[in-house]
Design a protein around this ligand. Sequence first.
Ligand code: BGC
Length: 276
Amino acid sequence: MNDHARQSAPASGSAGRSGIAPSVGPGQGIGLGVDVGGSGVKGALVDLATGELASDRHRIDTPQPATPEAVAGTIAEIVEGFGWDGPVGVALPSVVKDGVTLTAANIDARWIGLDARSVLGAALGGRAVTLLNDADAAGLAEQQLGAGRDARGLVMMLTFGTGIGSALLYNGVLVPNTELGHLEVGGAEAEHRAAASVRERSGMSWEEWSVEVTAVLRTFEALFAPDLFIVGGGVSKKAHKWLPLVEVATPIVPAELRNTAGIVGAALAARQDSVL
Ligand code: BGC
């Protein structure tokens, strides 16, 4: 993955080439988002009006084991590196309710049932922290500033990676924590059939994989009747190889924000919380 993908010019007077600024806070429509994944923790300043990154993307390997304390330390390193003193949005592969992480996919089991907002808030010197599921963050970003920006009705964003993440938005409002990757499709969990990692591991061709993706998406269609599917994750970069092979009735488009959607969505969620 290219850490420096989608760089844009630094916000004037803030981050320089290294992405490190002496002191940056909210205002001028800038936010900070962090995306915690199984292999990397990535953060950047975000232009909240456009979704463009307003700094370089700073990536640090996810500590192993990815315990809450270790990950909190990594997030603090990223946030402090930007000299940021405003609210921080954090996207995680977890079901998140009111700052508590209820599940943990590809991160340590000690996140389960944890008051993660307090743990991260303490590690970040009392800064306000907004936590949300990683696919929900990507869905928010795509709906507001990416492939779904003109879409109304029911938008379903799916991220194909190690697992399958889902975000459901109705007229722009997120219904959080849908976890549709765990829905059973033909006797197996959707993400065990059609995650991008399954294709890589099993050596499936794009044709074979698209049959699995079709089965999963048809099940979601039958249950939710969405108006638009947005497909994200690393494989969305190669959408031309497989998207035309997916046979669904619902309009389906690749994500536009690519690997920054989690960061952008986390920053948007933090802004939303701070104005509530
Ligand atoms: C997890 C979700 C997560 C998705 C993508 C799934 O296995 O259950 O919470 O959004 O992977 O990371």
